[in-house]
Design a protein around this ligand. Structure first.
Ligand code: BGC
Length: 399
């Protein structure tokens, strides 16, 4: 049986990446420094996938498979290596990426900040510094010189996770293993940093609007939290700290980027880590393709009907058949949401490539495998499969 959804004709079908995870040698960033200070707790990004030089090949593989969109980021630490010193060459590099995407028929979805910041920005006090909004806006203004004709701009990736991560460099210096995938009770993201990120986002939206015609928004890591009976009050509190603040921060945006991987239960003590199970993914998360449906519905309700773009969804696994099974089910949930009237503009899979998973190389999310010595790219069957789904307007062969 084939299921054909009723999607918009301009629905985006693509894959996502972020600069620090694929480019290599992002030496001016806080993450590079943190990796080197971690005393072995974090693996090094190093050359990563050398996508800084090989982005054309990466994009061609996506386009040849049948996809029509590519979400990638531009790296602040490269564009502004010292405060106020902007690199025209780096801006030109990212402009070439935009042009290459377009030439290949891929709609560029450009992220301005994806977890990594220039070292100097962090040294100045990071997001809660009194200068943060001005610093970020100035960077965004320079970024806009290459974005005039880009249609989709994401300001800050997963501000909720960024708020959680911002305490990390201190943790790393103290020798703590910060593997985000570990099945432990996670602290709630800092509201102080979250509110600072909302201010930075709002300022960035104004700058992007002033200089471009892009649709602008940010992307939130949707937790798909579900309350255990009797835990509704704590659930509401945690939902605000994890998502509500960031949904509220979208007021006035053009869209919200939805990022979803798993769903978690909230009991009387908080978010319950995924119990050990052979079904868990390589990041230790429960196998929950249905999370995307919960995420879309939560985001739609919380933003009172903002258009949604799935900017990340995927699974860390070495078994590509499982990736296809996960994505098939996730897409089915997306189609159900669309059938219920939720305005979903596209689906961008995480990730295009097996990339640097923030201190760890083992969790492989990619549609394309990469040999990290030769940098040779090998598309997995899931890439051709997703491209095929895209070509068929989303039609899924269901059992
Ligand atoms: C991030 C990605 C990350 C992915 C899988 C999201 O939190 O935006 O950078 O690799 O999830 O963990």
């Amino acid at each position: 049986m084939t299921r054909t959804p009723d999607l918009r004709p301009d629905f985006l079908w693509g894959a996502s990446t972020s600069p620090h995870q694929i480019e290599g040698n992002n030496t001016g960033s806080d993450w590079w420094r943190m990796e080197h200070q971690s005393q072995g707790h974090l693996e090094l990004s190093g050359d990563a996938l050398d996508s800084y030089h090989r982005f054309g090949e990466d994009m061609r593989l996506l386009a040849d498979a049948g996809l029509n969109a590519y979400r990638f980021g531009i790296e602040w630490a490269r564009i502004e290596p010292e405060p106020g010193q902007f690199s025209r060459a780096e801006l030109a590099h990212y402009r070439r990426m935009i042009d290459t995407a377009r030439d290949l028929g891929l709609e560029p979805v450009v992220t301005l900040h994806h977890f990594s910041s220039p070292r100097w920005f962090v040294d100045e006090g990071g997001w809660t510094s009194p200068t943060a909004v001005e610093r970020f806006s100035r960077y965004v203004e320079h970024a806009c010189t290459i974005l005039q004709d880009v249609n989709w701009v994401c300001t800050i990736n997963e501000p909720n996770i960024l708020a959680l991560m911002s305490g990390m460099s201190t943790a790393v210096e103290a020798g703590v293993d910060i593997n985000l995938g570990a099945g432990m009770r996670m602290p709630t993201p800092s509201t102080e940093i979250g509110e600072a990120l909302v201010r930075a986002h709002r300022a960035a939206v104004d700058v992007v609007r002033e200089h471009t015609t892009a649709k602008v928004g940010w992307t939130v890591a949707q937790q798909a939290l579900v309350p255990a009976p009797g835990s509704e009050e704590l659930y509401a509190e945690l939902k605000w700290g994890w998502e509500g603040l960031y949904h509220h921060g979208t007021r006035g945006d053009d869209f919200l980027g939805v990022q979803s991987y798993t769903s978690q239960l909230v009991d009387e003590k908080g978010i319950v880590p995924a119990p050990e199970s052979p079904d868990n993914t390589l990041t230790g998360w429960a196998y929950r393709p249905d999370a995307l449906g919960i995420a879309l519905r939560d985001a739609w309700t919380a933003t009172e009907g903002l258009p949604l773009l799935v900017t990340e969804n995927g699974i860390a696994t070495t078994d590509d058949t499982r990736r296809i099974a996960y994505t098939t089910e996730a897409l089915g949930c997306l189609y159900d949401a669309v059938a219920d009237g939720i305005d979903v503009r596209g689906y961008l899979h995480w990730s295009a490539l097996d990339n640097f998973e923030w201190g760890h190389w083992a969790p492989t999310f990619g549609l394309i495998a990469v040999d990290r010595e030769t940098f040779e790219r090998t598309p997995k069957p899931s890439l051709a499969w997703l491209g095929g789904v895209a070509r068929k307007g989303g039609a899924l062969d269901a059992e």
